[in-house]
Design a protein around this ligand. Structure first.
Ligand code: ISL
Length: 568
């Protein structure tokens, strides 16, 4: 009675094309660069590649500002290159999912260029235009005669979610950068345009979509002010999981997704398990949720640092392991192109770099859900040691840090740099480390963003040669995940929830059971097996230290030690 789906059994690899592999010396990764590494992906054993946006774009948000949905940006190559990539992946049975960014377009998209021309332009209603408010607010942007934005919503990247446009004297909504105006999903023509575009890509043979900020599409009538002025992003209570979101997504599913049996993974900040089940009922295959990536936010949210204890992380992730039941599916991930490196955030990127990277690999591949490996995590890549803001490229970091500085939210420059080092999205965006050659073998030119100085040690070439490397461990765990219905479909049960160092769980499917024991700490810790499994005859399936005995018994687990046993 297993509800089998190919995407439940898959391991996904996320490629950030700009930083993956450059073949033309431009310093920016390209599609030919990915083609060159298809064999690498096959060797690692992944089944699906998710490509971050490679569509035509002025690049205000590294491609999340699309100016033409059906074109490949020159800096990445041509449509012919892309077709070659798809064919090469499919030849090796690797599927391809593309990023779908339809909450907003670029302001340089022809629809917006038309829309801003006049209030009666045929594209006016493709976006969300409003008159300003005739109140004089201090500070903030002002239209003519002291007019204020239509409501108090804020942009994720800092500042108001509205910009004034002189041409027609009205304001347009942008939940991200001012160069990313929000589409008006109320408009049937907009929806049809998007569905046509999706169908066009599916006809080309892609296997699904990663759906950018997909639970933001529906904005409530009247665009009311948020009452919650202290929210991390003011207005989120209105524009996240808005009133018609399920109508749009089930319509999208029926019209374009279902006929192609495509896989979809929705990026969903701010959902609980009940809401996630409702998205699943719309036809969404699985969701990225973010509770576990908020635990280290400080008093000023994302741009300040806080600490958390292991029980909180277990609670956050176990909630999702247990909360979906049979009505949804988890996308298991610890980081992506918007987050710090998982090793620096959840592991120990110093003395226990390899051990803790392997522990995180164990976690990713033995929780219930589809594992997502972000490029470079399979090497144990780490955060970048930023020395100044000159090394930062990311619009989100630059804008938020500028505002936080203006508002005096950092004690001093040292605190500012500390936050940037921990938080900047650029930590994940430094070039993939292929070898110990100049620029880590990523490019023959000058890379668009600095290479992490640890590339001389941490790189694909070195790790593939070493049997005990992080890379080889990932490869084995990917295989293990593939071989085992138990690890894919088994139920998750947590033991010792309040233990401060150990994370212990079982996976159960019919009469089969696996036990995972992780020492998520820098010190050796005594592990006493829970009653249900103590004394079981067991087979060791994976371990990141040398282990002699196969029995599950009381033992000291070394720093960052991870073991996976098959019981019975
Ligand atoms: O909630 C977050 C982190 O915990 C945010 O980072 C959120 O996930 C993010 O801002 C939304 O990200 C996506 O859409 C953005 C784009 O800049 C990101 O790269 C993309 O992943 C706008 O399209």
């Amino acid at each position: 009675d297993i509800d089998r789906q190919w995407w439940k059994e898959a391991v996904v690899y996320q490629i950030y094309p700009r930083s993956f592999n450059d073949t033309d010396g431009s310093g920016v990764g390209d599609i030919q660069g990915i083609i060159e590494r298809v064999e690498y992906l096959d060797d690692l054993g992944v089944d699906v590649v998710w490509l971050n946006p490679i569509y035509e774009s002025p690049g205000a948000d590294n491609g999340y500002d699309i100016s033409s949905y059906r074109s490949i940006d020159d800096q990445f190559g041509t449509m012919a290159d892309w077709e070659e990539l798809l064919a090469k992946l499919h030849e090796r049975d690797i599927k391809l999912i593309m990023d779908l960014v339809v909450n907003h377009t670029s302001d340089e998209h022809i629809w917006f260029e038309e829309s801003r021309k006049s209030t009666d332009n045929e594209y006016r209603d493709y976006y969300i235009w409003r008159e300003g408010r005739q109140v004089d607010r201090e500070g903030g942007p002002h239209g003519p005669s002291g007019e204020a934005p239509p409501n108090n919503w804020e942009s994720f990247f800092g500042g108001p979610a509205w910009s004034y446009d002189e041409q027609t004297g009205e304001w347009y909504l942008h939940i991200f950068d001012s160069k990313q105006p929000d589409l008006n999903w109320e408009n049937t023509e907009v929806r049809e345009e998007i569905y046509d575009m999706m169908e066009w890509w599916l006809e080309k043979g892609i296997d699904g979509f990663r759906m950018d900020v997909i639970n933001l599409l529906s904005k409530p009538d009247g665009l009311p002010d948020s009452e919650d002025e202290d929210a991390l992003v003011v207005g989120a209570d209105h524009f996240m999981n808005g009133p018609r979101i399920h109508d749009y997504l089930s319509e999208m599913h029926e019209e374009v997704i279902e006929p192609y049996d495509a896989m979809t993974v929705g990026e969903m900040a701010n959902v609980d398990a009940e809401q996630a089940r409702a998205y699943s009922a719309d036809g969404m295959s699985m969701a990225f949720t973010f509770d576990h990536l908020r635990l280290d936010f400080g008093p000023n949210g994302r741009w300040s640092h806080g600490t958390f204890e292991l029980p909180e992380l277990k609670r956050a992730m176990s909630y999702w392991q247990e909360g979906l039941g049979d009505e949804g599916w988890n996308a298991v991930f610890l980081g992506n192109h918007d987050e710090p490196r998982i090793l620096s955030r959840f592991g120990n990127d110093g003395v226990y770099r390899a051990e803790s990277a392997k522990l995180l690999a164990t976690l990713l591949t033995t929780l219930q859900g589809t594992p997502y490996i972000f490029q470079g995590d399979e090497l144990g890549m780490t955060n970048y040691p930023f020395e100044s803001l000159d090394e930062v490229r990311d619009v989100d970091t630059l804008k938020n840090v500028r505002i936080a500085r203006e508002e005096g939210r950092f004690a001093d420059e040292t605190e500012m740099l500390d936050v940037v080092r921990r938080r900047s999205r650029d930590n994940a965006r430094t070039p993939m480390q292929w070898s110990d050659e100049e620029y880590a073998g990523f490019t023959d030119g000058e890379p668009w963003i600095p290479v992490n100085p640890n590339y001389e040690k941490v790189n694909v070439e070195a790790e593939r040669e070493n049997r005990d490397s992080v890379w080889n461990y990932y490869r084995r765990l990917v295989d293990l995940h593939h071989e085992s219905d138990l690890l894919v479909y088994g139920d998750y049960d947590l033991y010792l929830p309040e233990h401060g160092e150990l994370w212990v769980y079982t996976r159960t499917l019919g009469d089969e059971q696996a036990l995972v024991a992780l020492n998520v700490s820098d010190t050796s810790t005594t592990f006493e097996p829970p009653d249900v499994v103590a004394g079981s005859d067991a087979e060791l399936l994976a371990a990141n230290y040398t282990v002699d005995a196969d029995a599950v018994e009381t033992t000291d687990l070394q720093p960052w030690e991870a073991r996976v046993y098959k019981l019975n």
